[in-house]
Design a protein around this ligand. Structure first.
Ligand code: IPD
Length: 267
C-alpha cells in the first residue's frame, strides 16, 4: 500500500509546488509588509505563507477530496470529517525559510510530501528563488532537475560540513547553542542556511555532508527527509528512534555513528 500510486502523487505535488512557488516569488514585496508572528516574536508568518497554503490545499481538495493536509499555517481536514480508506496525508510547508523570505535571502522553499500509512512515499522541495527542485518517490532515488543524487562521500567527521538550525523559542535555542559548542570543534564547519527543507536537499546533493536539528515539525522535514534517504543517507533520530521532532540526524553511514554519539552525549 505504501508505494501505490506514488509517481501520480509526486506529479500532483510537483504541479502544486510549482504554482505555489510562483505565487510566493511574485508576492514577496507585498507580503513582507504584512508580517505577523506565530509561536514567538521571532517566528514570522506572512500573507504569502497563507496564500500559498490556500493554493495547495485547494488544489489537493479538488484533485483528491478524501485526503488530509497537515499544513504549517493550519491545514485542513476533508469535509464530512471522515478521510477515505485510501486517504493520503499531505505535509505542507508553504514557505520553509520564512525569515529568509522576509529578508530577501535566496534560501526559501515550498515543501510538499505525501504520506501513506504513516510512511512518506513522495516529496518535492522547490527553492523559490533559484528554481532548483528536488524530488523523490520512495524506492525510486533522489533527483534534482534530472540528476540523480547520492549524498556525500565524506569518511571523517572532522572533514564534515554540517548543517543545523535553531527553533524560535529562547529555551530551545539555549540548548541548541550548548550542543553546537561541543559539535563545532569536531567538524570542518557549520552552516545555518535557514530552511530545513533546503538543508536536507543540500545533504542529498553533498553540498552539506550531514545535518541535524532538534525540534523540526513534520512539514519542515517530510519531503526533504525522503530526498535525503533516497540519496542513500541515514535519516534517524537518536538511540534507535526514527527521525522526528526530538532529533533529525542525516549523515552518510561513514560518519553517522560518530555524529550520533556526539549528539547523544549532550542531549
Ligand atoms: C524553519 C526553518 C529553519 C529551522 C526551523 C524551522 P519556517 O521553518 O526550517 O531552518 O531551523 O526549525 O522552523 O519557520 O521557516 O517554516
Amino acid at each position: 500500500m505504501a508505494t501505490t500510486g506514488s509517481p501520480e502523487l509526486l506529479s500532483l505535488a510537483i504541479d502544486l509546488v510549482r504554482r505555489a512557488a510562483t505565487l510566493v516569488g511574485d508576492s514577496r514585496s507585498a507580503a513582507v509588509t504584512s508580517i505577523e508572528t506565530k509561536s514567538t516574536p521571532t517566528d514570522p508568518v506572512t500573507e504569502a505563507d497563507r496564500a500559498a497554503e490556500r493554493l495547495v490545499v485547494q488544489g489537493l481538495a479538488a484533485a483528491r477530496p478524501g485526503d488530509l493536509v497537515l499544513g504549517e499555517e493550519g491545514g485542513f481536514r476533508p469535509v464530512g470529517d471522515e478521510a477515505g480508506a485510501d486517504a493520503v496525508r499531505w505535509l505542507l510547508d508553504p514557505i520553509d525559510g520564512t525569515v529568509n523570505f522576509v529578508y530577501g535571502i535566496p534560501a526559501y522553499a515550498v515543501s510538499l510530501a505525501a504520506e501513506v500509512d504513516g510512511v512518506v512515499v513522495a516529496g518535492v522541495v522547490r527553492n523559490v528563488v533559484t528554481g532548483e527542485e528536488w524530488t523523490a518517490v520512495r524506492g525510486g532515488g533522489a533527483w534534482r532537475d534530472g540528476q540523480r543524487l547520492r549524498g556525500s562521500g565524506v569518511t571523517e567527521l572532522s572533514r564534515a560540513l554540517v548543517g543545523t538550525g535553531f527553533g524560535y523559542a529562547a529555551e530551545r535555542r539555549q540548548r541548541q547553542a550548548e550542543v553546537l559548542l561541543r559539535v563545532l570543534p569536531r567538524i570542518r564547519d557549520i552552516r545555518r542556511i535557514g530552511s530545513a527543507a533546503l538543508d536536507l536537499c543540500a545533504a542529498a546533493e553533498g553540498r552539506l555532508d550531514a545535518f541535524y536539528e532538534q525540534g523540526l515539525n513534520p512539514w519542515d522535514s517530510a519531503a526533504g527527509g525522503l530526498v535525503a534517504e533516497e540519496a542513500g543517507l541515514l535519516v534517524t533520530g537518536l538511540r534507535g528512534a526514527p527521525a522526528g521532532t526530538d532529533m533529525t540526524l542525516v549523515a552518510p553511514s561513514t560518519i553517522h555513528q560518530e555524529l550520533h554519539d556526539l549528539l547523544v552525549s549532550q542531549d
